[in-house]
Design a protein around this ligand. Structure first.
Ligand code: GLP
Length: 240
């Protein structure tokens, strides 16, 4: 694991965008694994700026998002579909048909999950996966559990996640379930970049880097991946 510590969120975002830019320059039709939450917003702003300046293009890029809430209308302001449209997709030259987000409202959830994994495989696998981290060590929506998950699946959100994310649900109740790529799908990415900022992430970062590899802290599995970069601010790195 490579660990880089920065003074500001802006510096983290610039470094993260640099890593994505490198992948896109090497492979203009790269497959990007994308994340939601507060952590990647600044990185997306950096990438948008670079597209507008003509430094990179998303014309031939394919993207796969980590997760989506279940039982939330696609156009709800809190859906990850809306999040991605507003924070990235509508500002760059990516073809809408090349962007993929699991459908949390699919009639046949099992088929949707299998199909999502199949699409990732058909695209050739993920070249670079962006991750945030939950305060409980979750990645995507892979919550602490007794086993590491495999492919895309439906999951009941943990107390801790409901507590962290319910602040966004001011007008509608927060969904209890979500679809998420599994730990195996995440670990199959060729490169992984995890970003974390703030004191609230310090314990999860400590367990990810120095703790035992255990599904009780899903991000700890990253210790076993050959190409992981952690971009942290001083507060998130304060327990290392
Ligand atoms: C959310 C997402 C994760 C994200 C994490 C942290 O629930 N499912 O993919 O990494 O929680 O979010 P934030 O960056 O807002 O702290």
């Amino acid at each position: 694991m490579e660990i880089r510590i920065f003074d500001t969120k802006e510096e983290i975002a610039r470094k993260c965008a640099d890593l994505f830019e490198e992948v896109i320059r090497d492979k203009p039709n790269a497959v990007l694994g994308l994340a939601t939450g507060a952590s990647p917003v600044q990185t997306y702003k950096e990438l948008i700026r670079r597209v507008k300046e003509g430094k990179i293009s998303f014309r031939d890029i394919q993207s796969f998002n980590l997760d989506e809430y279940c039982d939330l209308p696609q156009n709800d302001k809190n859906s990850y579909y809306s999040f991605m449209r507003e924070n990235l997709f509508q500002h760059v030259d990516i073809a809408p048909e090349n962007t993929h987000i699991p459908d949390g409202n699919a009639k046949d959830i099992n088929a949707e999950c299998r199909n999502y994994d199949e699409k990732i495989k058909r695209a050739g696998g993920i070249d670079v996966q962006l991750l945030g981290i939950g305060t409980n060590g979750h990645i995507g929506f892979n919550e602490p559990d007794a086993l590491f998950s495999e492919g895309t699946h439906r999951i009941k959100l943990s107390q801790s996640t409901v507590l962290s994310n319910s602040v966004y649900f001011t007008e509608s109740p927060m969904p209890a379930y979500a679809l998420t790529m599994g730990i195996r799908s995440i670990m199959e990415a060729k490169k992984i970049v995890l970003i974390a900022a703030g004191e609230s992430k310090a314990e999860a970062i400590y367990r990810t880097v120095k703790g035992e590899v255990t599904p009780a802290c899903p991000a700890s599995i990253l210790q076993t991946h050959p190409n992981v970069v952690l971009l942290l601010d001083r507060a998130a790195a304060s327990k290392l």
